[in-house]
Design a protein around this ligand. Structure first.
Ligand code: NAP
Length: 310
């Protein structure tokens, strides 16, 4: 594969940035990858792991001369990071991000954009419950979707070039309108995470079942919730604070459906329950047919790479 960008800068060196770096190195689509992270500890681990070609101590040095800058920090930190790098961006550079929410990131980042710099917001629909510089792996994006939400007057040549780079990481790229992205993700990712957090919280508060029983008998379904509920607290706090409207909309619908199921159980309406579960089983089949998961009953729980989410 030929080089798509001569110099790529990664701001933040966690799961997503690490995976981008490893996948781009494997593909040969970046001439040089420079990375930086907020803490000296993360930078030192990233240096030991040789996660990037160069690790520098601050974001200003990282973005100098960069053709592509990728913001890989929690959603709530995007505005602050952008204001720091703003004076140091090269004219003609492309800035993208990997944040799980799009409308709010655009509002945080766009006001800081200098003249001649292109901002193309993005979101890889790939992740795991792991975080930090150790957690990245080159295969994370393989056959996963990566959504771009370009603003109306973005240079189409630059969008095509970014698409080419993302495809080099193994992902499939599609464009989406930012508000629609936030609604789709509220259904497919954000609300399911909230439900998993809640279920694990419920088990934690239950006094009639002991903690050792919950852990011992978790394979009955609970452990799938615990994997999701082990996701990074900072990232998920920021997702809910920044995609409030869409999540509250879906949560309202969820609560209504839950009440209907609760009533069906109370009234002994087996037909309703059976029909409902038959429909949901069909959705699972659709996901497998689309290649977004495997039908293996213990999907991903075997050897590495770790189970994907999001
Ligand atoms: P991560 O592994 O926790 O890494 C986050 C990185 O951001 C770390 O290098 C951290 O630096 C830095 N950081 C944290 N807070 C910061 C702040 N206030 N200012 C500057 N830097 C800060 O996170 P990740 O999973 O890679 O997620 C990064 C982004 O990708 C998030 O916006 C998330 O919404 C999005 N995303 C995540 C997933 C997923 O499943 N994890 C999937 C798709 C998209 P230190 O280590 O030095 O603290």
């Amino acid at each position: 594969m030929s080089v798509v960008y001569n110099k790529v800068a990664l701001i933040g060196l966690g799961l997503i940035a690490g995976s981008i770096s490893l996948a781009a190195k494997r593909a040969g689509s970046a001439g040089q990858i420079t990375g930086t992270a907020r803490s000296a500890r993360t930078r030192s681990i990233a240096r030991d792991l040789r996660l990037c070609d160069v690790i520098v101590d601050n974001s200003a040095s990282a973005v100098r001369d960069a053709d592509l800058v990728i913001l890989c920090v929690p959603v709530g930190a995007m505005g602050k990071v952008m204001s720091e790098i703003k004076p140091h961006l090269k004219r003609g550079a492309v800035v993208t991000d990997v944040g799980s929410v799009k409308q709010e990131v655009i509002e945080l980042v766009a006001p800081h954009l200098p003249e001649g710099v292109h901002f193309i917001p993005g979101h890889p629909l790939a992740g795991t419950e792991q975080s930090g510089p150790h957690s990245g792996f080159a295969e994370l994006f393989e056959n996963r979707w990566w959504l771009l939400t370009p603003l109306p007057d973005t240079d189409s040549h630059e969008v095509s070039r970014l698409r080419r780079f993302i495809r080099s990481l193994g992902a499939n790229v599609e464009d989406m309108e930012p508000a629609h992205h936030d609604l789709v993700l509220a259904v497919t990712s954000h609300t399911p995470h909230l439900i998993a957090y809640t279920m694990v919280g419920v088990a934690d508060h239950l006094t009639r079942v002991t903690e050792s029983e919950i852990i011992k008998y978790s394979a009955a379904g609970f452990r799938d919730f615990t994997r999701i509920a082990a996701s990074d607290p900072t990232m998920w706090r920021d997702v809910f604070l920044n995609n409030k409207e869409a999540v509250l909309d879906i949560l309202g619908r969820f609560t209504e459906e839950l009440f209907v199921l609760q009533r069906a159980i109370r009234m002994g309406d087996g037909e309703h329950l059976h029909d409902y579960f038959t429909r949901t089983r069909g959705i699972r089949r659709g996901i497998i047919e689309a290649g977004q998961d495997t039908a293996a009953p213990d999907f991903g729980r075997g050897p590495k790479p770790p189970e994907r989410s999001q």
